[in-house]
Write a protein that binds this ligand. Structure first.
Ligand SMILES: Nc1nc2c(ncn2[C@@H]2O[C@H](COP(=O)(O)OP(=O)(O)OP(=O)(O)O)[C@@H](O)[C@H]2O)c(=O)[nH]1
Ligand SMILES: [Mg+2]
Length: 305
């Protein structure tokens, strides 16, 4: 599903006949174009230069292996499974600015747990946007999960309180909370999200097991500001990077891992319930470089199984 995100990087390597300064400069530029932040692109290229020299590499195409291992080394520490609570219900709070794919991701996660035989409650705590509750309701039907909701405009914390009562009361396996991407002001939003976490903590006896921040993979460097803001205000335990099936160039994932060290838990690779992948550094690298190396436009289907 990920379509050789690093296509241009591959084209750069193939477009040179010798390994030298010019290639390295072009490579750095290609990485930056693929949403790798400048300092990290410089670091990757510098490491490659050193390794190429040590190994006496003269054919640019032989740099693929080195680049792949550099990228893998950056991504590997970001692998981590979703947390499970010490006692039921495991509770996930899903955060992110508007339109990044929160609700869709929640439906995918809910469906995944439900398919594995779990009792899942979806929580409609985005009460700000008029259509949000109905949207979650439709997904709950598709995933065959329960939903806790109130009317449009209700206090999100009150919805979460109801959901925790229900979830704790019947020891549901998973409670997953949808939140608003935008309300009156950013400050209000962060306050509201903080209040929701306090309600979970009070009712559950521990904070949410995951505070998952959803990032649109095609956002570019602005994603760094988003992570910073949510992490400062709420604390983020894991990232979900969505829309990697689209025009995303993939480098933003490297930048985020390097900048924050927050695990990447899941990837979104489609608009339907099955468009969710567990993040694996190896698979991500394989998918990124797939058509780069082959010089073809075929899709990498490694993550599509
Ligand atoms: N191609 C693709 N589209 C996605 C993916 N995830 C979500 N989308 C689409 O992105 C759009 C927004 O998704 P939502 O799940 O409504 O996003 P949201 O963050 O809940 O948005 P708000 O509730 O408005 O803040 C929809 O059109 C989704 O189908 C993905 O992994 N791939
Ligand atoms: Mg939503």
């Amino acid at each position: 599903m990920l379509k050789g995100l690093f296509k241009r990087v591959g084209a750069t390597l193939r477009g040179h006949s010798v390994v030298g300064d010019e290639l390295m400069e072009d490579l750095e530029e290609a990485l930056i174009q693929a949403d790798v932040k400048v300092t990290l692109a410089m670091e990757i290229v510098e490491n490659m230069r050193e390794r190429a020299e040590k190994q006496n590499i003269t054919n640019p195409v032989d740099l693929f292996d080195i680049l792949r291992s550099e990228v893998r080394n950056i991504l590997k520490p970001a692998e981590a499974p979703l947390e499970t609570g010490a006692y039921a219900p495991t509770t996930f709070l899903v955060l992110g600015v508007n339109g990044v794919g929160k609700t869709t991701t929640i439906a995918k996660i809910a469906n995944w747990y439900k398919q594995a035989g779990n009792d899942v409650i979806m929580v409609a705590a985005d009460t700000f946007r008029a259509a949000a509750i109905d949207q979650l309701e439709i997904w709950a039907q598709r995933a065959n999960c329960d939903i806790v909701r109130q009317q449009h405009g209700a206090d999100p914390s009150a919805v979460v309180y109801d959901a925790m009562q229900a979830g704790v009361g019947r020891s549901a396996n998973l409670v997953i909370i949808d939140t608003a991407g935008r309300i009156h002001t950013k400050h209000h939003l962060m306050e509201e999200l903080a209040k929701i976490t306090r309600v979970v903590e009070k009712e559950l006896g521990r904070p949410p097991d995951e505070k998952l921040l959803v990032i649109d993979g095609s956002t570019g460097q602005n994603a760094i500001n988003q992570v910073k803001q949510f992490d400062d205000a709420i604390g983020v335990t894991g990232l979900v990077v969505t829309k990697l099936d689209g025009t995303a160039k993939g480098g933003i994932v490297l930048s985020l891992v390097r900048e924050f060290g927050i695990p990447i838990k899941l990837l979104g690779v489609g608009e339907t319930l099955d468009g969710l992948r567990i993040f694996s550094a190896d698979e991500y690298v394989q998918a990124m470089f797939y058509d780069s190396e082959n010089g073809e436009d075929e899709e990498a289907d490694d993550l599509d199984e």
